[in-house]
Design a protein around this ligand. Structure first.
Ligand SMILES: *Cc1c(COP(=O)(O)O)cnc(C)c1O
Length: 718
């Protein structure tokens, strides 16, 4: 795979723009985004807010003009010095608090990473978490390298046909305009390591992406040495075919370790994000055995430096392979671990407590010393689910702890909100954003000012939706009602609810339509109407959820809803930013104990959009009675048949009796003071507790530093 070095020559005075464009650091500093936008606004938009592409295509006259514009140069100098400070400063939270604890970086293995919408190698929450972790690790000075996949065709783009059926479109990424470089090569993605797949060698190259201080290595099998078929192995994310999936996971786990070794990187700790990455532990065990250790000693050694995060709250959701597939791909491998077939299969079967399938979570739980779930409820559910692996101890003692997920605040905050926080919380608010005391000052923001920013963000969303709708209208054959379903008739003054997430049955996207007439009364109310924005992709092979999507889409195009139900196509990180910032209420209705954590509601609260949710995932910890609304009771109250009916009823009642009246209760200036109180409570209670900063500090203190061992303990006892 070729990386073209077609770069525009930059004027000397601003020649570091290229360096900035190639470090995604710019994406989470609004001053960085504004700098590129100022270069050439139209090109910024048409390039998909991708500065690498922008700099490639820009008219040199614009660069010359910028290089002699004092205002541009002042921003340029200020952003470059902030960048340099963030890249080189040793005076970070981690290096100050834990000097000499880690002898190498933490390697973080994940099937997907969501860093920026121009790199579509993520499907949903798992990737968003991985991306936010890389960014926050960089901000806190925690040394980290990410290991994942470069999927040249990424995850699909979503198109909805006139009858509401999801179609998947795959586009080939143009590497010449992506902010990445092939590793150890100036142009080609060249082979760095190999793995055996069913008796044939498959060669693996890698791309490098800079995410602040964190380096991401994205594996790619599209290298010269491979057969055409194997070159396609890493083309797409989450292919349904189980055989291709085991091949991908071997490339990620075993290949990932070998690529790091080839690059001379010596991780101090190894973190597997979800079971997909668990073959990474096997490869390190094999290395120890090769060095002369017995299998048991090797496992012990590998376990001690391994962290595993589980994300799946229900048994059916775990990544499993049939034992036939595992035998096919590992019969040449178990010998090198010094064990036989039975013992090898046992690693994924939990000593016979699982069924015959090879379960990647069981493999990971057995080969990681520190295991964590991603919320308090998910911790309890995971200990219950895996108690069978530790039958001799009490359920509470099952060694799976929890660290609740958090969001990377600089990535998800609207610049308008950031400016408001700068004004009322202090210029240094971003440096202290996990301090609950800081957020008490939100109460000092005048209601009028906060409300004005909220209204501005809503108009911005409306404008973006019109742009998207117009783009669709011009570029492809769509029916007029499809354009209307994309939000052309939304009104900026109407209470707007967002239901925006992956379409999956357990998330119950159609719950609000349980009683269509009752919903219509809410939507069409003459004085106090509501409108709903839907967005989200179904997995291409998940037909029930595609059916749900079709159901919702058809209601969105139903005239009887007056154009107030909308469905936005092709949900991605970029759209997510507009939506979490621009709607009024963030709705979430998963079946209880099915949502491990969820993070989009945290992004909404950060921007002053209160959460309206079932008490599942993080909301079970986050809801305090005043910072949003809880639908129904906590887990364990309902049988599953009752749950849908009871939750729909509770949702309608909340809307009718609490939310709609509160939103439309205005003073003479049009400000809803009681609503603004909920907003303020949402911001101050959610941001410090559910930030990635708090999460990374928890990971460090509860998982990384203890796993780093003696050296760390000695340090702490000082
Ligand atoms: C935050 C985010 C998610 C995760 O949303 P949940 O509500 O936690 O499921 C998924 N996709 C995108 C694009 C996001 O930004």
């Amino acid at each position: 795979m070729l990386k073209q070095a077609a770069r525009t020559k930059l004027p000397k005075r601003i020649d570091r723009l290229d360096e900035l464009a190639h470090n995604l650091w710019w994406s989470w500093h609004y001053q960085g985004r504004e700098l590129f936008r100022a270069l050439d606004y139209t090109l910024w938009l048409t390039s998909g807010r991708n500065p690498v592409k922008q700099l490639r295509d820009i008219n040199p006259d614009k660069l010359q003009a910028a290089a002699s514009d004092p205002a541009f140069l002042a921003s340029y100098d200020s952003i470059m010095s902030a960048f340099d400070a963030d890249m080189s400063d040793d005076n970070t939270w981690f290096t100050t608090k834990y000097p000499d604890v880690l002898q190498g970086p933490i390697s973080y293995f994940s099937m997907e990473f969501a860093i920026h919408s121009s790199i579509p190698i993520y499907a949903g929450g798992l990737g968003i978490l991985a991306g936010d972790i890389c960014k926050e690790a960089s901000d806190l000075g925690l040394p980290m390298v990410g290991v994942g996949f470069m999927y040249p065709q990424g995850y699909f783009h979503q198109r909805i046909s006139a009858d509401g059926w999801q179609e998947e479109i795959y586009r080939q990424l143009d590497f010449s305009e992506a902010p990445m470089a092939p590793v150890l090569s100036s142009q080609w993605c060249k082979s760095l390591a190999e793995v055996q797949l069913d008796n044939r060698p498959v060669y693996i190259g890698a791309w490098q992406i800079q995410v602040g201080r964190t380096t991401l290595y994205l594996l790619d099998t599209n290298v010269e040495e491979n057969t055409p078929q194997d070159r396609q192995l890493s083309a797409r994310l989450y292919i349904a075919d189980r055989e291709l999936r085991i091949q991908q996971e071997i490339v990620l786990g075993i290949g990932g370790v070998r690529v790091l070794r080839a690059l001379g990187i010596k991780p101090a700790l190894w973190h597997a994000n979800e079971g997909h990455a668990a073959f990474m532990m096997l490869e390190r065990i094999r290395e120890e055995v090769e060095q002369g250790a017995t299998f048991d000693k090797a496992v012990k050694k590998v376990r001690a430096t391994t962290i595993f995060t589980t994300h799946t709250p229900v048994p059916a959701g775990h990544d499993v392979f049939s034992s036939q597939l595992v035998e096919k791909y590992f019969h040449n491998y178990w010998g090198s671990l010094g064990i036989d077939q039975g013992k090898f299969l046992g690693l994924g079967q939990g000593n016979g407590v699982g069924n015959q399938a090879f379960n990647m979570t069981i493999l990971a739980l057995g080969t990681a010393d520190k295991c964590n779930a991603v919320s308090q409820l998910h911790g309890t559910a995971s200990r219950r689910m895996w108690h069978m692996l530790w039958p001799d101890i009490k359920e509470e003692k099952v060694p799976i702890s929890h660290v609740t997920n958090g969001i990377h605040v600089p990535t998800w905050i609207a610049s308008e909100m950031a400016r408001l926080y700068e004004k009322y919380l202090g210029k240094d608010w971003m440096d202290r954003h996990d301090d609950p005391k800081l957020w008490e000052r939100v109460m000092d923001i005048p209601d009028e000012e906060l409300w004005a920013v909220r209204q501005a963000l809503k108009r911005k969303l409306k404008g973006a939706m019109l742009d998207w709708a117009q783009q669709r209208w011009t570029e492809a054959e769509v029916m007029p009602q499809q354009v209307l379903a994309m939000g052309a008739l939304l009104h900026p003054e109407v209470l707007t609810i967002g239901f925006v997430r992956r379409f999956a049955e357990y998330k119950r996207p159609a719950l609000i339509f349980q009683d269509v007439e009752r919903l219509k009364r809410l939507v069409k109310d003459r004085w106090r109407p509501i409108q709903i924005v839907f967005a989200g992709k179904s997995h291409p092979a998940d037909f029930p959820s595609k059916g749900l999507l079709q159901h919702v889409y058809c209601l969105a195009t139903d005239r009887d809803f007056h154009g107030r139900i909308t469905f936005m196509e092709d949900y991605d990180m970029h759209m997510a930013r507009y939506l979490v910032q621009g709607v009024d209420v963030w709705l979430n209705v998963p079946r209880r104990l099915n949502e491990a954590c969820g993070t989009s509601g945290m992004k909404a609260s950060l921007n002053g959009v209160p959460h309206l949710s079932v008490l599942d995932g993080w909301w079970y910890e986050g809801y305090n009675g005043e910072n949003g609304w809880a639908i129904g009771d906590g887990p364990g109250t309902y049988s599953s048949e009752e749950e849908d009916r009871a939750d729909a009823e509770a949702l309608y009642r909340l809307l009718e009796e609490k939310i709609v009246p509160l939103y439309y209760d205005r003073d003479r200036g049009g400000v809803p003071h009681n609503w603004v109180s909920v907003i303020k409570e949402a911001i101050s209670s959610v941001v410090p507790k559910f930030s990635a900063r708090r999460m990374i500090k928890d990971y460090t203190e509860q998982l990384y530093v203890p796993a780093a061992g003696l050296r760390a303990r000695r340090h702490i006892s000082h």
